[in-house]
Design a protein around this ligand. Structure first.
Ligand code: IMP
Length: 431
């Protein structure tokens, strides 16, 4: 019963979409288990680039069944837009190969309005959310007042629940945040229309995956965001509102605990973050500009969902080791090695220093990183352009040494590195 899991080991944007696309070639089912359209997964095939926020990246391969699991929060507008975008690009997308869990929660315009009002109210302590209503939708879920996909199957009851939900959030918007309320009837009409379109996609996807695993089908679980944005294990409170780590797969897909073949952790060769929160190895100035890019290329470090410039820094092996531990990562993929070309010296954070002590492991997880100063090891860079390299032995020695050093600090093998955004720009690590 082969189940593989792909997770981000940083603050999201590690390049999970491209590795899922790569592994989906041999998968039968590709399933997302957390988050919503706050995610931005980019897949480049030839000269075509697909930016997906909600539909699993495995959809580009025509043979896969793709699942949006119960651990997700679902924005119908984004979903229908992505279906249309994929169909017009010639990707076969219909309810026969795209299934949404009956127990996934709906995001409504009220959730989005509340997300934005709450961010304004936080003032200087803003989280820098994507504004997609993610936090409020998960809050409705845990408060047991949310709307689930299965509610859309009973049109009359759905309208009643939806109107009550909008009215409830309207009263918060008016009384607590002094914000504009939503027009209940307009939202109700809009969502009745979505329900009609979405009904054929709704399914018990836990059952679908369970049966697939029993038949020996290969299932690939696609994580969104990253470990350091995980609600419990990330840099709280500067996190998202879902469980983004590998153990969340079982709950977020509605399957029992199954043997997992591989937990594939994805890390960039450096580090990025969008939104607020601690970032010990953050860099500024010319190095930052160099790592971020100008924004002209789709792979430059500007948010896929919000377009915001990402904060950038050196790879932090203390945080990486932590991420590997809480996920149970069995192998690593290091992305964007090509971006490091041309830097004379690379810095790798190998430990933290605090009050005269050097530590390799965080005493209480990553929520409070303020007391720690990174300790760097410097490694030689390389000049060569890596984008055409396809064999491990053809990478410059300094690039191979960098990967090996990361491996040594993490204790997990690096199986692949990427040298560009295109599907084929991947090098298998050997030797
Ligand atoms: P939210 O998920 O919109 O509530 O945002 C919470 C934090 O997570 C913010 O710092 C966002 O920038 C960040 N975030 C959410 N999704 C992603 C993602 O897919 N990539 C990178 N950062 C993300």
């Amino acid at each position: 019963m082969p189940l593989d899991i792909v997770v981000g080991t940083q603050w999201g944007d590690e390049g999970k979409g491209r590795i899922v696309d790569l592994l989906a070639a041999k998968a039968d089912i590709v399933a997302r288990f957390n988050g919503g359209d706050n995610a931005g997964h980019t897949v480049t095939v030839g000269d075509r680039t697909f930016k997906l926020h909600l539909i699993p990246s495995g959809i580009i391969h025509p043979h896969t069944i793709c699942v949006l699991g119960n651990g997700m929060v679902f924005n119908p507008v984004t979903f229908l837009h992505e279906v249309e975008m994929l169909q017009s690009a010639g990707v076969a997308v219909d309810p026969s190969r795209l299934r949404i869990s009956h127990a996934a929660h709906l995001i409504t315009p009220a959730h989005r309005a509340l997300d934005q009002a709450q961010e304004i109210a936080r003032g200087k302590e803003q989280i820098g959310t994507t504004g997609r209503g993610i936090g409020p939708a998960y809050t409705s879920k845990t408060a047991r007042s949310g709307l689930r996909m299965e509610d859309m199957l009973d049109t009359t009851e759905f309208q009643r629940k939806l109107c009550r939900h909008i009215e409830e959030i309207n009263s918060l918007l008016i009384k607590i945040y002094g914000a504009e309320p939503l027009e209940v009837k307009t939202v109700a009409r809009e969502y009745a229309n979505y329900a009609a379109h979405l009904q054929p996609y709704i399914d018990d996807t836990g059952m679908l995956i369970h049966r697939g695993l029993q038949k020996g089908q290969r299932v690939l679980a696609e994580g969104a965001q990253g470990t350091l944005l995980d609600l419990d294990h990330g840099t709280y409170p500067y996190v998202t509102s879902s469980a983004a780590i590998a153990p969340a797969v079982f709950n977020g897909l509605g399957i029992g605990v199954h043997p997992v073949e591989r937990v594939i952790g994805v890390t960039k060769s450096f580090q990025t973050r969008v939104g607020a929160g601690p970032f010990p190895t953050e860099v500024f100035g010319r190095t930052a500009e160099r790592l971020r890019g100008t924004g002209k290329n789709p792979w430059d470090e500007f948010g896929t969902t919000t377009g915001r410039p990402r904060r950038v820094g050196w790879l932090d092996s203390v945080l990486l080791r932590y991420a590997l531990r809480v996920n149970g990562v069995t192998e690593l993929m290091v992305t964007k090695m090509d971006i490091l070309s041309g830097l004379t010296t690379l810095r790798l954070c190998v430990a933290y220093q605090s009050a005269g002590r050097t530590i390799q492991e965080l005493p209480l997880g990553p929520a409070n990183l303020a007391p720690f100063e990174p300790v760097y090891e410097e490694l030689p860079g390389w000049e060569e352009d890596l984008r055409e390299v396809r064999r491990w032995e053809d990478l410059p020695e300094a690039a191979r040494a960098y990967v090996r050093r990361v491996e040594q600090f993490c204790g997990v093998p690096v199986r692949r590195v990427s040298v560009g955004p295109e599907r084929s720009q991947v090098v298998e690590v050997s030797g």
